[in-house]
Design a protein around this ligand. Structure first.
Ligand SMILES: Cc1cc2nc3c(=O)[nH]c(=O)nc-3n(C[C@H](O)[C@H](O)[C@H](O)COP(=O)(O)O)c2cc1C
Length: 325
């Protein structure tokens, strides 16, 4: 029997239990659309400041925008104040989010100094109030993203998962690393298992997942879903690759042709979302990553970075793909 099953978060049913992690500067709308095409059951938007939204910051407001092609999507908010969290949750709901996620795991100093992110892990009363404020403010499910621990001595995952459940959260995501480790080191699967055993709401396990084996390990530990962050950055189709592998299909092949096709799809999404000038410009930054692995790749990259329109790029890629056949 497959371990890849639908994931139910409150009233939202995701087609499978593989989730794209929120990543600031990466999981914008075009990238989320691509990950859904790449098999993700749910995609999470990069965190948005409730404080900035309250003061009408235009960039933060734009970050709440949801493309009709990107459902189900979870919009993550962060903050330290009940009123602004309430407003931010309502704004995100109005903008079309399917789920609101509260961040209580971010270790970035600037955010922690403002009383948000992982510092909330040591103030259960405040975290509970923020979570309840969001839950009461919207009709859609609210989830919490936090960590198994702040340091290596005291594990908080089970306690925080229980808190989330008691405050009405529909699910909790646990990054299986301590905040002091930021994003490095092996995930602590035992701590995840303990948290899963403590609650009835779905627990989504996160941290260091780049393979089908890790997905199986997290699900066997009791997780209802598995969240993938950096593993999706270079391969937004990692979700489908894992699904295929777990269903006994041949291991995925990452030919230069396939990478070029995925890159073109990303450029098209960027152009559709940001407009041609900014969309093409943004796409150029990762050209070195995507255009490679074939004899004249450097020459193609050189041509690519001088192109300004999507039509020119499509023509160049069509020519390259034709020659690679
Ligand atoms: C560049 C980057 C930006 C991130 N931004 C966020 C964020 O906005 N909100 C959040 O909850 N976590 C954020 N994270 C943490 C990820 O969601 C995830 O928990 C972490 O990368 C571990 O998963 P992984 O090992 O699969 O990458 C970020 C991580 C990275 C690498």
């Amino acid at each position: 029997m497959s371990v890849i099953v639908p994931l139910k978060i409150g009233s939202v049913v995701c087609k499978n239990n593989l989730v794209l992690a929120p990543m600031a500067g990466i999981t914008d709308s075009p990238f989320r659309v691509l990950c859904l095409r790449g098999g993700a059951g749910l995609v999470c938007a990069e965190m948005v400041s409730a404080h900035a939204l309250h003061y009408g910051n235009a960039k933060s407001g734009r970050m709440l925008q949801v493309n009709s092609k990107e459902h189900p999507v979870s919009m993550q908010i962060f903050g330290a104040d009940e009123q602004t969290i309430r407003e931010a949750a309502q704004n995100a709901q109005r903008a079309g989010a399917d789920i609101i996620d509260l961040n209580a795991g971010c270790p970035v100093k600037k955010i922690n100094k403002a009383g948000a992110g992982c510092v909330l892990m040591k103030d259960e009363v405040k975290l509970g109030r923020l979570l309840e404020a969001a839950v009461k403010a919207v009709k859609i499910p609210v989830t919490l993203k936090t960590r198994i621990a702040l340091n290596h001595h005291e594990f908080l995952g089970a306690k925080l998962a229980k808190l989330a459940e008691n405050c009405g959260a529909a699910a909790v995501t646990l990054h299986a690393r301590a905040a002091v480790d930021v994003h490095s080191g092996e995930p602590n699967v035992e701590a995840l298992a303990n948290a899963c055993a403590a609650v009835k709401i779905p627990v989504i396990g996160n941290g260091g997942v780049t393979s089908a084996t890790r997905v199986k390990e997290f699900l066997a530990a009791g997780c209802s879903g598995v969240m993938i962050g950096r593993g999706a950055v270079g391969n937004p189709f990692i979700f489908q690759d894992i699904i295929d592998e777990l269903s006994g299909k041949n291991p995925p092949t990452h030919t230069p042709q396939k990478r070029l096709a995925i890159y073109q799809a990303l450029i098209e999404e960027n152009v559709a979302y940001y407009g041609e000038r900014i969309g093409v410009n943004r796409s150029r930054k990762t050209a070195g990553y995507w255009i490679g692995g074939f004899p004249n790749a450097a020459e193609v990259r050189g041509k690519f970075v001088r192109l300004d329109t999507l039509a020119e790029i499509q023509a160049l890629f069509a020519d390259v793909l034709n020659k690679l056949m």
